[in-house]
Design a protein around this ligand. Structure first.
Ligand code: 1GP
Length: 245
C-alpha cells in the first residue's frame, strides 16, 4: 500500500495525527527515540523536515532511524530542492500557493522533479497555504500570509489547489506560532474542498488539537510540542485529542 493510500484509508476513519521531526533540531538517534514514543502515543505517520539546516545526509539518517525505531511511514516535508533522500517512504510534493516568489510555487519543484523520479520516491501532491503569523517558513518562502478572518481567501486558495489536482491541502500557521490556524478558517476551508485538509503550526495543547479536529481538520501536525515534550501522558493527550480517541 502506498503512503497516500495509507493516509487516505486512515482519514476515512477519522482525523489522524502526524508528528513532524526536524533533522536540524536533534540527531537521528534522538529522532528515533521520539518516533518510538509518538508511535506508542498513537501517531499515524511521521513527517520529516524543516525550513533551514536540513540536507540529504541528515534527512536520510533521520528517516532510517525513525523507520528502525517505530516502523511508522515517513513523509519528507521538504524545505527546498537541495535536500532529497531515497530513504524516505514518500514526500509531500508541495507548492506554497501564496508565496510571492514563483520559485516556491513551481521553481523548486522543477529543480527537484527529475531527481525525485530517479530516486523513485512516492510523491503526494500538496497545496501549502501559509496563514499568519507564518513564522520562519513564511519568511523563507516569501509568503503573503492569510490573515485571521480572511476565510474566503483561505478557501479560495484551497479550492484552487484542489482544482489544480493537489491530493492534500495544508493550512500552515508556521512552526512555533503563538496562535494556530483559527477554527472558523478551518471550517470555511473544509466546506469548500473535498480533498483531505491538514492543519499545523502552534498546536501544543489537547484543547487546540481538539478545536482543529472539531472544526474539520483531517490531519493534525505537531512538531515543536512533540520534540520538546518530556511527559508521555501529555504527549498522548495531544495525540488523543487530535484523533478524538
Ligand atoms: C510546521 O505545522 C508544523 O510546519 C508544525 O508546527 O512546530 O508549531 O508544531 P509546530
Amino acid at each position: 500500500m502506498s503512503v497516500k493510500e495509507y493516509l487516505t484509508e486512515r482519514i476515512r476513519q477519522g482525523t489522524i495525527h502526524l508528528a513532524l521531526l526536524d533533522p536540524d533540531k536533534q540527531d537521528s538517534a534522538e529522532a528515533g527515540i521520539i518516533a518510538r514514543k509518538v508511535k506508542e502515543a498513537g501517531t499515524d505517520a511521521i513527517m520529516i523536515g524543516g525550513s533551514t539546516g536540513v540536507n540529504s545526509a541528515n534527512l536520510g539518517a533521520t528517516a532510517r532511524a525513525i523507520k528502525e525505531m517505530s516502523g511508522l511511514p515517513t513523509i519528507h516535508f521538504p524545505g527546498g530542492p537541495a535536500e532529497l533522500s531515497g530513504e524516505v517512504d514518500s514526500m509531500f510534493f508541495m507548492s506554497m500557493a501564496n508565496s510571492r516568489d514563483p520559485f516556491w510555487i513551481i521553481g523548486a519543484q522543477a529543480t527537484a522533479s527529475l531527481y525525485v523520479k530517479k530516486l523513485k520516491i512516492e510523491t503526494i501532491s500538496l497545496g501549502y497555504i501559509i496563514v499568519e503569523p507564518g513564522m520562519k517558513v513564511g519568511e523563507v518562502g516569501k509568503a503573503e500570509p492569510i490573515k485571521h478572518g480572511q476565510n474566503d481567501k483561505a478557501a479560495g486558495y484551497a479550492l484552487a489547489c484542489e482544482l489544480l489536482g493537489m491530493d492534500f491541502i495544508y493550512l500552515e500557521a508556521g512552526s512555533g506560532a503563538d496562535a494556530p490556524v483559527p477554527p472558523d478558517m478551518i471550517s470555511a476551508v473544509k466546506k469548500a474542498i473535498t480533498v483531505p485538509l491538514i492543519i499545523g503550526g502552534g498546536i501544543k495543547t489537547p484543547a487546540a488539537a481538539a478545536a482543529a479536529r472539531l472544526a474539520g481538520a483531517d490531519a493534525i501536525v505537531t512538531g515543536t510540542f512533540i520534540e520538546s515534550c518530556a511527559d508521555n501522558n501529555m504527549l498522548k493527550a495531544v495525540v488523543d485529542a487530535s484523533k478524538g480517541s
